[in-house]
Design a protein around this ligand. Sequence first.
Ligand code: NDP
Ligand code: HSE
Length: 432
Amino acid sequence: MINIALLGCGTVGSGVVKIFNTSSEMIAQRLGDLVKIKWVLEKDIDKCHLAGIPAAMTTQDFSVILDDEEIDIVVELIGGIEPARSFIIAAMEKGKHVVSANKDLIAVHGKQIFDKASENQVDFYFEASVAGGIPIIYPLKQSLAANQIQEVIGILNGTTNYILTKMSLEGRDYLEVLAEAQALGYAEADPSSDVCGLDAARKIAILSSIAFNSRVTFYDVYVEGITSISAADIKYAGELGYVIKLLAIAKEDENKQIQVRVHPAFLPKAHPLAGVNDVFNAVFVRGDAVGEIMHYGRGAGQMPTASSVIGDIIEIGRNMMHNCCGRIGCTCYEDKKILDINQLEAQYYIRMTVKDRPGVLAGIAGVFGNNNVSIAAVLQKTSQEDKAELILITHQVREQDLRDSLTVLQGMSIVAEINNVIRVEGTDRDVY
Ligand code: NDP
Ligand code: HSE
């Protein structure tokens, strides 16, 4: 018998209870042993009632769980930094294995938790922390371990993917779609963690650390959200053969330097990630041996996330049955340099409003030319009164050079406004 304690009986915790209620026999058959929820720690005992947990199994005092020697696995589903971190550390110090879905915590304090797990010879599994129901952490650590991972590109936030999909399909503006998503319960009342890219940044920090065997924290990730994307940008992207997606990108170059960034990007319509719509998530991986692969599914929600949590519990149970804990621990054994965003080389889409008169285009081209920014395409889209909207796509250029050009352009009387600048990704694939 493997005894677990559940910390938190909210959305994911109650999903875990549901799966145990319906499938405990199947889990026991697959594992070869029974798994039982012995304790549930929850502030709001009514939530436990609703999930069908008897009052005798609930507690609001973590020390009850800590001091119960029968508890083998602590499943942390309360979220946030504290007290989740202290609970996990204390459980490990008592020799208990831990499962967590807590991306906020792992993206910042992952090293401390892994060190503690190793020190105490316990397992720490966290599949649900990235892309909810999609298996990606275990595959990166295990099934793809023969590969030098070159890039991981994810659509890792369902809320923003839903908003961008609606904007693309219905031609509507950001604020209108956000309000609708909030009314439907798809976006939170305070959507900032999602729409500002922070949620995706936490997830890509976790994936980068695993993919490149070098610790990357949330603070190392360059982040831009989707709040500046307009219906006009989406329309022009479509006309040029692209979709706009919020991408979480991690790449390693031939000098073992890493770039980790989250921002909206133009993506060719034929890219495998371009067809990932609504609340769905996907992770595209390129390895030197395997080539390109993509994992797709639901990146959040009660049952998909609980599916990953229980997968981790079963995996730890298997390790326990064979007395081989710590089989897959921390995989960060290198210390690679993380590149500053200004060192990035990329293509860019630029939308600007300029005076519509002779010599303006030449003046703008001159500024880009003086700063080593090569233009691949220019379109003049609309002309109102004496103003024109210019769409430019650059060749591959250095971000610092592009920023220097834009600073000069912003100070010129012929430029009314730089409306938006969006990076173009995914044009370097061999196969389309
Ligand atoms: P919820 O807020 O729905 O559930 C957390 C529960 O824990 C709440 O009932 C909360 O009570 C309770 N809780 C918080 N702190 C304590 C405490 N100190 N003692 C006792 N109970 C406590 O969150 P979710 O289930 O949505 O998320 C859980 C974790 O899973 C988070 O780390 C989240 O990031 C992660 N996750 C969630 C996904 C999802 O789709 N929901 C997807 C992937 C990961 P109260 O509300 O009263 O504070
Ligand atoms: N808020 C996240 C999303 C789900 O919209 O994808 C939890 O990580």
